[in-house]
Design a protein around this ligand. Structure first.
Ligand SMILES: *Cc1c(COP(=O)(O)O)cnc(C)c1O
Length: 394
């Protein structure tokens, strides 16, 4: 028996979008209120404050009405003024991509780019900033998802703060799945979204903006207003007495509310531990099977996605198709520079469960074996199980 491509896969273990939590799916199906109904305006205010609690930011965050690429582009448009020199940090496809947005608005974009299986060295950022005091804004991606690798945004944030510059963080695929926050990274703008570790469908962005970043945005004559890219339009919309710039995505906001309740009820530290354990089990299984992690060093491997190097001569796309056809398991390909070189297993929201790591190891190993690769699937599964058991018995 094989699973046909024309039917949905049985298990979506991708690096985003991910399966939504059942609570979220139920909430998506609840009443769609009129946005100016007082009950909805009060709901939106409560929701924003709940998101603030979850994010741990000083000011109520923005909830923008599009998936996080909207917020990332809007961050560049809002914060970066014509006279600004920006330093973009690129250790992967998303980090690199932010530089193209920055270039639309800045006088000049400098860049530190490192190989996409490594991370940015905060000391290199410090040296760069001390020799380039004209840099006002630094941009970094926390978890560059197409590589499954992490940048230490807290250490980078400390260096950026010391230099008196503002930091823009893309934490879309890390926040909610590991200890990372606007506060610990001292971010001016910290962008995330409900569609990765919070287990919602793609539709909204969450953005924490610091006092200093708001002051810079308000001083930027070119910051968008009356625009989908505007931060300013939404600044006060969270208050139940203030108007919305346009109709918010009511159903998706219901979903976000359920996801935040779930996150806060389970407890962020429990949630992060679940993501970390799932990723560790997965990595142990992958290595024991005879495969290599994409990350040059395991300490930068993300707890929210595991990127696995494909053996030479093996086409990653064919492996993905085989895993889906044999086991009904959908995983992610690489993107741009990493496309064809690796396969990514997501551990995000509802799929950050140890059992899914075993399933992913079995599906990837079984598919590779069926395609003639030299992998020891039994050793991989045994190592994954042993890692899980050791944690249970600890
Ligand atoms: C998912 C993701 C985004 C949102 O972008 P899409 O390409 O539209 O999914 C942005 N940044 C990172 C790091 C992401 O993982």
């Amino acid at each position: 028996m094989r699973y046909p491509e024309t039917k949905p896969p049985v298990f979506t273990l991708t690096a985003g979008p991910v399966d939504a939590y059942p609570e979220v799916l139920r909430a998506l199906g609840t009443t769609v209120l009129y946005d100016y109904d007082p009950a909805f305006q009060a709901f939106f205010e409560d929701l924003t404050l709940k998101a603030q609690e979850a994010l741990g930011c000083d000011l109520p965050p923005l909830i923008l009405q599009g998936e996080p690429v909207l917020a990332l582009e809007a961050a560049a448009a809002s914060l970066i003024a014509k006279e600004d020199v920006v330093l973009n940090l690129a250790s992967g496809v998303y980090g690199k991509g932010f530089g193209y947005w920055a270039a639309r608005y800045a006088r000049k974009v400098e860049e530190i780019e490192v190989p996409y299986d490594t991370a940015i060295d905060p000391e290199q950022v410090r040296d760069f900033l001390s020799s380039h005091p004209e840099v006002r804004i630094v941009c970094v991606c926390n978890h560059d998802t197409p590589s499954g690798t992490l940048n230490d945004i807290d250490a980078i944030g400390a260096v950026v703060a010391e230099a008196g510059a503002l930091l823009i963080v893309d934490a879309v695929s890390s926040w909610g799945g590991m200890p990372t926050s606007p506060d610990s990274s001292q971010a001016g703008i910290y962008v995330t979204g409900p569609n990765k570790c919070l287990g919602c469908p793609p539709a909204l962005s969450l953005v924490a903006v610091s006092e200093a970043a708001w002051a810079k945005i308000e001083a930027n004559p070119d910051a968008p207003f009356a625009s989908m890219l505007s931060f300013t339009d939404w600044k006060n919309a969270w208050k139940k007495t203030e108007p919305f710039p346009f109709t918010p995505s009511v159903a998706e906001l219901n979903g976000l509310s359920a996801a935040l309740d779930r996150y806060l009820d389970e407890g962020p530290e429990q949630v992060w531990a679940r993501h970390a354990l799932t990723a560790r089990i997965c990595r142990e299984g992958i290595k024991a099977m005879g495969l290599e992690l994409w990350a040059a060093s395991e300490d930068i491997a993300s707890p929210t996605a595991t990127a696995v190097k494909m053996p030479t001569g093996i086409d990653a796309g064919v492996v993905l198709g085989e895993a889906r056809a044999r086991y009904g398991v959908s995983m992610s390909a690489g993107r741009a520079e990493t496309l064809g070189k690796l396969i990514r297993i997501g551990h995000m929201g509802p799929t950050a469960q140890p059992g899914y790591a075993l399933l992913a190891v079995g599906a990837m190993g079984g598919a590779l074996k069926a395609l003639g690769a030299d992998v020891d699937v039994a050793a991989g599964l045994a190592a994954a199980q042993a890692t899980w058991d050791a944690e249970i018995d600890a």
